[in-house]
Design a protein around this ligand. Structure first.
Ligand code: PXP
Length: 243
C-alpha cells in the first residue's frame, strides 16, 4: 500500500503570518525521509495554503511522487499541464468550505459529466499525468468515473471517520465501493479524516492501494516532529495490511 502525506496544513501555518516558515517543501522532504511514498498538495483557487510557487518548488525537490489535488480552474489545470505531477486528483471546491466536504458530483449538467471536468481530464491525461477523481463511495460515482476514463478513484473516507465509533455501515460502504471500483478497472485510493485511531480498518481493505493523510499527521508533528509523526502512521498502516 502506498502512503501519501498531504502537507497542505504546513502551508496553512505559514499563511497564518504570510511569512516563509514553516516551509511545506522542506516538510515534504522530511516526510519522504520518514517513509512516505509520495506527497499530496491541494492548490486551491483561493490559495489559502499552498501557493503556485510551492507546487513548482515541490516538483523540483521531492524524490517520490507528487499527487496534485485540483479543481477545474483554467489557470490551475494549465499549471498542472506544464508541471506534469505524477498524478492529479480532481476534487470539488467551494470557497466557503473549511475542507473538501464531499466527493465530486459527477452528475452535474443534467446527468452528463461536467464538460469542464471532461476537458481537464483529457488535457492532463494527454500529457501523461495519471488522473484520479475524489468521489463518495457509491456505485453511481464509480460507474461515472469509469466512463470518464480515469486511472483511479479516491474514495472519500469522511463519513467513515465521523461515524466509525458508532456503526460499521460506512466501512462496509467503503469495502463495497473498493470492490466495485477494482472490478471496473480503476485503481483505488482513499482519504480524508483518517487519523492514528481510525486508519487501520481502512488500510486493511485489500483493494485500496493508496492512502492520502494530512491533518492528523501535521497535527501530531507539532508534538513529536514530522518524521516521527509520519513513521508512526506508516507503522500503523503496515501492521493493518495483511498482503
Ligand atoms: N484526500 C483528499 C482528496 C483531500 O482533499 C484531503 C484533504 O485535503 C485529504 C485526502 C486529506 O484529508 P485529511 O487532511 O483529513 O487527512
Amino acid at each position: 500500500m502506498r502512503f501519501f502525506v498531504n502537507v497542505d496544513h504546513v502551508a496553512t501555518v505559514r499563511q497564518a503570518r504570510r511569512t516563509d516558515e514553516p516551509d511545506p517543501v522542506a516538510a515534504a522532504v522530511a516526510c519522504e525521509r520518514a517513509g512516505a511514498d509520495g506527497i499530496t498538495i491541494h492548490l486551491r483557487e483561493d490559495r489559502r495554503h499552498i501557493l503556485d510557487d510551492d507546487v513548482m518548488r515541490m516538483c523540483a525537490a521531492i524524490a517520490t511522487h507528487l499527487n496534485l489535488e485540483l479543481a477545474t480552474a483554467d489557470d490551475i489545470v494549465k499549471l498542472a499541464t506544464d508541471l506534469k505531477p505524477h498524478h492529479a486528483t480532481f476534487v470539488p471546491e467551494r470557497r466557503e468550505e473549511i475542507t473538501t466536504e464531499g466527493g465530486l458530483d459527477l452528475t452535474v449538467d443534467s446527468g452528463r459529466p461536467d464538460p469542464r471536468l471532461k476537458h481537464a481530464i483529457a488535457t492532463l491525461r494527454g500529457v501523461g499525468v495519471r488522473v484520479s477523481l475524489f468521489i463518495d463511495p457509491d456505485k453511481t460515482s464509480i460507474q461515472r468515473a469509469a466512463e470518464l476514463g480515469v486511472e483511479a478513484v479516491e474514495l472519500h473516507t469522511g463519513e467513515y471517520a465521523n461515524q466509525y465509533r458508532d456503526t460499521n455501515a460506512p466501512l462496509e460502504r467503503l469495502q463495497e465501493a473498493a470492490n466495485l471500483a477494482e472490478a471496473a478497472g480503476l485503481a483505488v485510493h482513499a482519504g480524508h479524516g483518517l487519523t492514528y485511531r481510525n486508519v487501520q480498518l481502512v488500510a486493511a481493505i485489500p483493494e485500496i492501494e493508496e492512502l492520502n493523510i494530512g491533518h492528523s499527521i501535521v497535527s501530531r508533528s507539532i508534538m513529536v516532529g514530522i518524521e516521527s509523526a509520519v513513521s508512526e502512521m506508516r507503522a500503523l498502516i503496515a501492521a493493518a495490511r495483511v498482503d
